[in-house]
Design a protein around this ligand. Structure first.
Ligand SMILES: *Cc1c(COP(=O)(O)O)cnc(C)c1O
Length: 383
């Protein structure tokens, strides 16, 4: 399916299907339980933890976008990440990126400490380290690209190829780009993970997740585990997320256009040290971005020349941008990774990872480009 026909299918998902009243928008089914049709004969649904029409519609819509056989909607992105680990045994090895999302790092570390899985964190852009890890016969390789907050890319197709040689499966956290910009299953991955909290819902008012499986067999196993462990998403959250997702392609186009303009503006500004955005031709990830993504997306980070004090003035006084964690909403957000999203890291580890006190991350929204640039311009003359 092309992006255009995916867009049409997404906008129209569940539209006009209501048989009771002919409602154009899909109804919301909050009921936790469903009547049996007869003695010993259940209908399509029986109990809301295992199945719900709104949740199923959302899972199917995300699976369609990613090109998977099924999508399991969970109560958060973290629940989706934990869900995939249920397919593996305690002595199975998982390889994860050393700079993965902090919550992912925490989950895998503590599950390993409990003896429930084995994990090695590696720099997946270091071929020697990656080869050495793959030589240990992992069962699952987790990928997250672009990375947070420095927007480093890793080559999904190359890692999938190496994984297949040792019989490992591959999951890709596609939260930072969404299926409107990157399709990991087409590049050889077996699973795609989303924090739907971000671009898919797109309005910063739901916490949710989804795990998409390439094969029907995996989708079935994962749906079984989601019901077994009770991590399935709520009906109202699913309803809101599908509602927000209809505009995914339109939102991504505008936010990305804004981000490209901001990247160019910051790149030339004398108060800015460096800009991290694969959409810039000078970015080390630019070539891979062209091959792997259908666009650079709307996340960007940069360093200021002035250090921590400059960052403080910048974040406290900038207009239009809200100082907040998270990303992917219609509104623009600004974040200081060292004191916000990455404050849990030890100072030294943060420095090694390149997350200095002068680093600022933007999640660019869909406001008017001129207003976003003006806000940045006004604050940069003050530092
Ligand atoms: C936010 C995020 C998660 C976790 O999702 P929640 O919905 O907050 O549980 C996982 N991975 C990435 C890349 C994220 O940005």
């Amino acid at each position: 399916m092309t992006d255009k026909s995916k867009q049409t299918k997404l906008v129209q998902a569940e539209i006009g299907v209501d048989k009771t009243f002919g409602a154009v928008s899909p109804p919301l089914y909050l009921s936790s339980t469903y009547r049996f049709e007869q003695f010993d004969q259940q209908g399509q649904y029986d109990y809301g933890r295992g199945g719900n029409p709104n949740r199923d519609a959302l899972g199917a819509a995300i699976a369609d976008l990613e090109g998977g056989a099924g999508g399991i909607v969970t109560s958060s992105g973290m629940a989706a990440i934990d869900l995939v680990t249920n397919l593996f045994k305690a002595d199975d090895l998982i390889i994860a990126p050393h700079d993965c999302y902090g919550g992912t790092h925490r989950l895998l570390t503590h599950r390993a400490e409990q003896g429930r899985l084995r994990v090695i964190f590696v720099d997946q852009n270091d071929p020697k380290a990656l080869d050495a890890a793959i030589a240990q016969q992992p069962k699952l390789i987790m990928i997250e690209t672009p990375s947070n907050p420095l927007m480093r890319l890793v080559d999904i197709a190359a890692i999938c190829k190496a994984a297949k040689k040792v019989g490992a499966q591959v999951s890709v956290d596609n939260t930072f780009l969404s299926p409107a910009r990157q399709l990991p299953l087409d590049l050889g991955a077996d699973f795609v993970i989303h924090s739907t909290t971000k671009y898919l819902n797109g309005h910063s008012d739901v916490i949710g997740g989804c795990l998409v499986a390439k094969t029907a067999e995996h989708a079935e196993q994962l749906a079984w585990w989601a019901n077994c462990t009770g991590v399935t998403g709520a009906p109202f959250d699913s309803y809101l997320t599908l509602r927000g997702m209809r505009t995914l392609f339109a939102r991504m186009d505008i936010a990305e256009r804004n981000t490209q303009a901001i990247a160019k503006f910051l790149h030339k500004h004398k108060a800015v040290e460096a800009v991290y955005y694969p959409g810039l031709r000078s970015d080390p990830g630019h070539k891979l971005m062209k091959r792997q993504q259908s666009g650079p997306g709307a996340m960007l980070s940069f360093t200021l020349k002035g250090g921590r004090d400059a960052a403080r003035v910048f974040l406290e006084n900038i207009e239009v941008f809200q100082m907040a964690e998270s990303l992917g909403g219609v509104e623009s957000l600004i974040c200081h990774p060292a004191t916000m999203t990455h404050r849990g890291m030890a100072d030294e580890a943060r420095e090694i990872a390149g997350i200095g006190d002068n680093l600022v991350r933007l999640s660019v929204g869909i406001e008017a480009e001129d207003d976003l640039i003006a806000a940045l311009k006004n604050i940069l003359v003050q530092i």
